[in-house]
Design a protein around this ligand. Structure first.
Ligand code: GLC
Length: 435
């Protein structure tokens, strides 16, 4: 980043990661993967999915439920074979109503699963049966493709009565309560796995899947899983990677979170947390008199912000940084900011977003080292999520960082967006299971 003003140079030092540091992170990530697979102590859970590659020939109409950290989506997908599909119907709703009418992220299991069942009702108006793939974006202990219990909530969700419970049983009970017995859940899978399956349905060479959105996670096709003879998709639960040192802002985010000490990487990288990192940086710079000509800022400036705020700030390329000006005006700072202030905000957002993308790329390098240390073969990484899709420069920095770490061999690795991956992948998983 060229010529940062002095207040930001210190910030840059806190968020910068050298090539050497990233290479060390990649090596540690690979080591934690091996430990997790062998059942040794590791911050990487390496959870089996009991699912293997689709053939690309799967056909028929399937329901998909995509339960992420922010929204729930229901899809009716017709798989056409040949890696093609058509979405016949879709419903989407936030888990917490922006107007405050409901909040299923903090209530009881029965209400949450009732809400999930309700999203499916309109899409299953025929006689059925409708086979359902459930993409569930949290760590689960799976004992089979359709039996999985939630290990623990992540991403600040705290709905009671779900941790430790069998999720298919909870959903089935909710469907029965609504008289939706013709909807049959047949597969439950992590969203990283459903993203990878959706991508592999179209492009069989894709062997790594990842989410860079509200949360962060990666999965891959393990050729020699300890749980069976066939290659299997493994959910790494990459966001929990703990062998990475954070700075003072990371420590504050962690302490204020629902589960301090857990999800260390996710708290440095993902959309759920980088807005809070940005808010803390602003608070610190303002408190030290380094912004707004040393004047105290309006308390409104420190309202929670999220990944979308950072995307807006980074997307402002106007000479006077007009979008950032509006953002500041809206937060009680009208008439109290200079171009230097706005430019400092942009630099701070950029440092946070770039660190996120570089960390993510280092973990991808770790997965590649596990799969194919010399990168002899071609690989493809399918990514879904708002950060990857919408954060200006994010995808580019991932590509550049992989090139920095892999050199010429980076040409063998393709990273690409798989939009809607989790819903479509859940439908493909349902098809592979009910085949
Ligand atoms: C969190 C969850 C993980 C999920 C990811 C992306 O890290 O623990 O299971 O895949 O968010 O949604």
């Amino acid at each position: 980043m060229p010529d940062l003003p002095p207040p930001l140079r210190q910030l840059q030092a806190e968020f910068a990661l050298s090539t050497g540091q990233l290479a060390a992170i990649a090596a540690l990530f690979r080591r934690e993967m091996a430990a997790g697979l062998e059942g040794r102590t590791s911050s990487l859970a390496m959870l089996p999915s009991y699912l293997t590659c689709p053939t690309g020939l799967e056909q028929g109409a399937y329901l998909a439920l995509d339960f992420g950290g922010t929204n729930v989506r229901a899809l009716l997908v017709e798989l056409l074979g040949d890696g093609r599909y058509r979405v016949l119907g879709r419903r989407s709703a936030p888990l917490a109503d922006p107007e405050g009418a409901y909040d299923f992220t903090a209530g009881a299991a029965r209400d949450l699963f009732g809400f999930l069942a309700a999203q499916l009702a309109d899409l299953a108006e025929g006689e059925g049966p409708y086979f359902l793939g459930h993409s569930f974006s949290f760590p689960c202990r799976q004992t089979g493709v359709n039996s999985a219990s939630l290990i623990q909530w992540t991403k600040e969700i705290k709905t009671a009565g779900v941790e430790g419970q069998d999720l298919t049983a909870l959903l089935t009970a909710a469907l029965q309560r609504r008289g939706l017995d013709h909807i049959r859940p047949v597969a439950l899978l992590n969203d990283s796995v459903s993203t990878l399956i959706a991508a592999a349905y179209r492009e069989p060479r894709t062997d790594i899947g990842s989410i860079c959105g509200t949360g962060h996670n990666t999965c891959y096709l393990e050729p020699a899983p300890p749980w069976g003879r066939q290659p299997m998709y493994i959910n790494i639960e990459a966001g929990n990677f703990a062998k990475v040192d954070g700075n003072s802002y990371d420590a504050l985010v962690d302490q204020a979170s629902e589960k301090p000490g857990a999800a260390r990487l996710e708290k440095m990288c993902s959309g759920r947390y980088i807005g809070e990192l940005f808010r803390l940086v602003l608070q610190d710079l303002t408190g030290r008199g380094l912004l707004f000509a040393g004047a105290p800022a309006s308390p409104e400036l420190f309202r929670p912000s999220d990944g979308a705020d950072l995307a807006l700030i980074l997307g402002d390329e106007s000479p006077e940084l007009e979008q950032i000006a509006l953002w500041l005006d809206d937060r009680g700072q009208a008439g109290r900011h200079s171009l230097d202030d706005r430019s400092a905000l942009r630099s701070a957002a950029s440092l946070i977003a770039i660190r996120s993308a570089r960390l993510v790329a280092a973990t991808y390098a770790g997965v590649l080292q596990h799969l194919d240390p010399a990168v002899h073969r071609d690989h493809a990484i399918a990514v879904d999520g708002s950060l990857y899709e919408k954060m200006p420069g994010y995808a580019r920095v991932i590509g550049l960082t992989l090139a920095e770490l892999l050199g010429d061999r980076a040409g063998r690795v393709r990273v690409y967006l798989t939009k809607d991956g989790s819903g479509v992948g859940a439908a493909v998983a349902a098809a592979t299971v009910s085949r």
